[in-house]
Design a protein around this ligand. Sequence first.
Ligand code: GRF
Length: 202
Amino acid sequence: MNNLGILLSGRGSNFEAIADNVAAGKLDANIAVVISNRADAGGIESARRRGLKALVVPSKGKPREQHDREVVAALREHQVDLVCLAGYMRLLSPWFVQQFPNRILNIHPALLPAFPGLEAQKQAVDYGVKVSGCTVHFVDTDLDHGAILVQKVVPVLDSDDEHALAARILEQEHIAYSEAIRMVLEGRFTVEGRRVVMKPGA
Ligand code: GRF
């Protein structure tokens, strides 16, 4: 089964890129549910327009694990096999992570382990690196930390500010996320410690 559950908090362009690839038959998957912790997330509106199941599970004022239990219940109800965090601005509790071992992905707009956390593109510009990019990784209990599936490199131009860099990284994010989902759904890898290793012939 290739049922995806997408968690997001904002505009949802990574979700839309995944949905476009599914709709075009480029990704053999089904978006079973899109869940946001924020009612005003653009991604939720977009999911509804596409006729997908879209839920708001508000997080405000709730203890983390209670919110996580509600989200996991919704994922289970929709028989989700693979959870994709796509601009989901929440740390998952260890309990949530344990519910889907090696079955939760995240995308981060930098080449991890450089520049974890918020404003990764601004961090990269301010630091003066010459290349940055994006990373799709498994989620573990530490922030932006799990084993890496896919990275794409993006040059940092002298003329870049954080917005220009973010826009060019985002184009690569939209490619990288579907590649990583495909790898996981096809099971073409093993995880050896921190390393995701492709199976021979893959
Ligand atoms: C992306 O830059 C992603 O890497 C980060 O949050 C942003 C989400 O953008 N985790 P969008 O909502 O998918 O457009």
